[in-house]
Design a protein around this ligand. Sequence first.
Ligand code: PHE
Length: 402
Amino acid sequence: MSLSTRLRLGLAGVIALAVLALGCGGTGTDELVIGEYGSLTGNDATFGQSTKQGVELALGELVAQRQGRIGGLKVRVVSEDDQGRPEEAVTVVKKLLNQDRVCAVIGEVASSRSLAAAPVCQEAGVPMISPSSTNPRVTQVGDYIFRMCFIDPFQGTVMARFAAQDLHVRRVAILKDVKNDYSVGLAQFFTEAFTNLGGSVVTEQAYSAGDQDFRAQLTNIKGKNPEAIFLPGYYTEVGLIARQARELGIRAPILGGDGWESEQLLEIGGEALNGCYYSNHFAADNPDPRLQEFLKSYKARFGKESDAIGGLAYDAARVLFQSLEKLAEQDPDTFRGLASSKAGTAARRPADKKLRDLIATTTNFAGVTGIITLDENRNATKPAVVLAIRDGKKVYDTTINP
Ligand code: PHE
């Protein structure tokens, strides 16, 4: 054999080995990569932080119970900060898909950011599970988009019923964040339900996230003398608005939705929030053992209480793990395709599709935020709770069933 023939054979061997390596795990690893994105910084940073920690807790349990593996592949989570900006959500989700080659994406909390990034996942054919976006349009983006929570036509009805039937209020003012899809939608769903119950909306005022001074809107509201104010916004502005309302002598209770849910709500709003109410995905003082077990582990791991977002993110991660496990059991060859290449390639498409189908059939999943069954529109139907704020504490008031 001549030297050049030997060299050529050697080279062929090296190429063959490389091709083999690519064939079983295109990235050369045996990893299953999951993406997670949220607002780790910005105006509503507790949303992103709680989501990240909820997912981390679920991953920690997978590590403790099964060496962090599903179907023989090691699970790794990549988290991205979108700074609370919809454009940035698009950028980081593209990065998760193209660079990290994730097999699924968990996020976002805020409906506006889920709406911005969902089309990217839908187009790539990679499942996206929003733990907590409640605007109905989010899952309407397409059949790869899921959520773990109820939707706002229900949440609006919950608070309308609460106002009319529990508080016996007939005249309500609305103050909404006009740049926030969630806020605009929830204001509309509340109005529809409240007027159907015989109530009336005496004025509707607007602000934008990041505003500091709400006195003009509140002065208009005061002039109409409403019996309650419906404020479907996020916690930062809610806290400031409550303070300024009380400074202006408005004593009517303020009502809101899940966007109030944050460990910072009461720090920002203080005493101004006593006597106010909001709808949420869980009540931390609910003695349900599954919920209490979760709250205990979360506290042990992160040194603080979980809010509802932490619970929904934990549920999202566990629903995803369960679906991945089912795929690994039912069809191990297709399952390994999830680790082999980038979404949208021929190797990935059958795996992505099967994973999607398995998530879609989630039925009676025992979540810490309730039993999760996804309907044909990929939404969960779950009860909501109304929390009251009394003496600077959030306390359970009522449960409203769908
Ligand atoms: N539901 C809100 C939205 O769609 C987000 C949110 C969920 C905020 C849960 C707090 C708690 O924008």
